[in-house]
Write a protein that binds this ligand. Sequence first.
Ligand SMILES: [Zn+2]
Length: 341
Amino acid sequence: MKFILKQRTFFLLTACFLVAASLYLLLSGAADPATPDHGPFTSDEQAVERSFDMIRPETRIEKHIFLHPKTPKPGDFLVLEAGPLGSGFEPELDFDFSGEISNFYRTGNLLFAVIGICYDTEPGRYKISVENSLTRDNKNNLEAVVEVSGKEFQESRFSMPAGITEGWDPERLAREREMIREAMAETVAYPLWVQRFINPLEEGRVTSEFGVIRIIDGNPPRRHDGIDLAADEGTPIIAPNRGIVRLADSLLAGGKTVIIDHGLDLSSSYMHLDSLAVEEGEIVERGQLLGTVGMTGYATGPHLHWEVNIGQSPVNPKQILDNDLLWIPPGYVERKLTAGD
Ligand SMILES: [Zn+2]
């Protein structure tokens, strides 16, 4: 299957270009560099950068396309950098594996994207390409091969207590599924995160891994779209990074639920909470309290169901703790950020 994405509406190309151009001036030292309140690097990020052997100047002249990780597993996300892009031309990003294309982000003459790879992707070599024009007559298309490795997902059979879903209104369930879908679709076209991601529930004990094939009460198998972390009721849950709260509500299946948009189609979700400490539209900072561990909704014991999605594609939440996202420079456009963005 082939997916094509033009950057959504490529909104206000001119404005984006002006922002990119002024960023370039800022970063190249031609303008006052004091504006970003957190630089692109902290010392620990520099250490991470070295360990990844990354080369990340803000503007590169030579044609390139970098992928990280180089051999992703099904259920991973892939971080892409490509360039140089022509100014004033809309690139197109294509790939031929089953997954979700993110919005992409442009800084200087570079394109960045986060791409979710579905957990049911077959191992193999897949093509990824960026159709790119430097000038009207000069195409500078970029291509790379993604090698998706194999991964075994465990199977788990269990029962839920009789009557746990009793009285649930199917229409309300469908409406809430749509609310979740919409919350995950709402995003800004630049990264909101700052520095590395942190664990939202450090003391949590993993009771169900991401991607597990679950057979509940003998029903057809379903994948576990997140990771379950058990902890005492009332244990604080914190935001792993900066973002905008797109949903904070009490749902039938999810119980008390929070969904945070971190930008570039990357969202993180928190379910079965006992209490909510944030509201929809609010900007949360890295480490900010989101709520507390509970067992609301479809749950039998106190735990956090933690989910990370690229668009509608669930990916392994553990990967966002692996610093892969530091590959992408922070969104300097954050200075424009206001609640409800
Ligand atoms: Zn779960």
